[in-house]
Design a protein around this ligand. Sequence first.
Ligand code: NOJ
Length: 533
Amino acid sequence: MAERAGGQPWWQRGAIYQIYPRSFADSDGDGIGDLRGIVDHLDHLNDGTPASLGVEAIWLSPFYRSPMADFGYDVADYCDVDPIFGTLADFDRLVVEAHRRDIKVVVDFVPNHSSDQHAWFAAARAARDDPRRDWYVWRDGGGPGRPPNNWRSEFAAVGRAWTFDAASGQWYLHSFLPEQPDLNWDNPEVEAAMHDVLRFWCERGVDGFRIDVAQKLAKDPQLRDVRPGEPPPNEDWQPTIHERLRRLRAVVDEYPDRMLVGEVYLLDLQRVIAYINSGDELHLAHNFTFLHLPWDAAAFRASIDGFEALAAQAAWPAWFLANHDHPRVASRFDADGQGPARARAVLLMLYALRGTPFVYQGEELGLPDAEIPPDRVVDVDGRDPERAPIPWRAPSQAGPGAGFTTGEPWLPITRAAEELNAERQGSDDASTLTLTRRLAWLRRDQPVLATGEQRTVDAGDDLLAWLRSDDDDGAGVLAIVNFAAQPRAVAAPPGLAGHGTLLLSTDPARDDGALTLDGLRLAAGEGVLIRIG
Ligand code: NOJ
């Protein structure tokens, strides 16, 4: 594994920033973001100075050829760029420009299903004896109108996970939309074809892959019904899933310094950690148990401790609390109007916990979900609010497209664009963008935040506290977040009573400098990083 200064691989060092290309930046005025728009804004992500976010890598949600039934997660050609987003030449330029700024490029890999418009599925559907038929999951039904089993689509609005194909008289499986037929990973030709997709993008210079619904790459070959209390037969099928992930890892290991991060959407930490603990499957797994926590200090502490207790020495956490599928933090944790403060505290957690921070575009601006009027709803699963375009500039100056587009944006831009746009926040010392930049660069200035050991400590009710340190004498960085909706006084954790130096607070009103830990009052939602010893 190639390593740079600091002895850590790149995917552990700093933040990996998720770009949802449709909503990041539109360069040609069609109202939909594109690859050239991303290139135009790379300096926002990392220009080598603390005036940028200093991200280590970008992860791009799908930009492949697609009919866009699931906005790109229905892939019609795994090895081409959709014309909405640009061309392969635009992609190559994006890789060059990102690498020039020391930004790694991670792309989405969607191996569980293709689009129904993919040439493979067109062939599979055309005739029962087509060689591609078995590349998808076809079965006879249990009688007229009765699908082969009781599996449901992950999208509640879709209902059952099977669609009847009248022409061939069989049903096909789709874990998501009917337009997203599941590929049959029990067929070795499918696995080999998907390995070639990884090689195609590695050859083009990408540094890693985010694997969409990684847990679904192995299912019960007998397709037995889902039964309460039993391991789900429609995902995480043991031990096949681990064998397949090992083979994916072997493919990316044909190239130096590549990384696999899995969307492992299992709400059981033990099962998630099994994907990273052996060291020869995924490098990182998104931990969805974390994303589903209530805003409660004890719950977060239990989750953090739970990961550390289960993880093998080499296993490395990937922290995230937002992506393009879930309400934004500033809205999700907005009880009592505390959303904006809590969104700032979440950023501190992501950057100061032991692990890789995954930051979803717009989190650095503290964006709330956008309001989507009924006639603008486009997603089948209610995910439009968190996918609204990024406001780069104030609408009063840049027009209604807020610097995202000169045209009509494909989804409405947040009403908060006038205050929360990137340009305005960039010159405001108290803004969430300034805070995020400071956190990112602090992680570089205080290497203990990237490399140090971690233990959670007691600091009082409603306070989540953890110490990052390199040695046993207690020196290091203490992080404390106040989860209460009121101010709370810190009770100095055992062995840490005494003085420290404030490195950063999420509350712009607090002064930097020396402080006494015991009795330190934190504002509602405030998070602090304190140098100890
Ligand atoms: C997870 C992706 O994040 C989501 O956006 C998509 O709809 C499903 N997988 C299906 O690909």
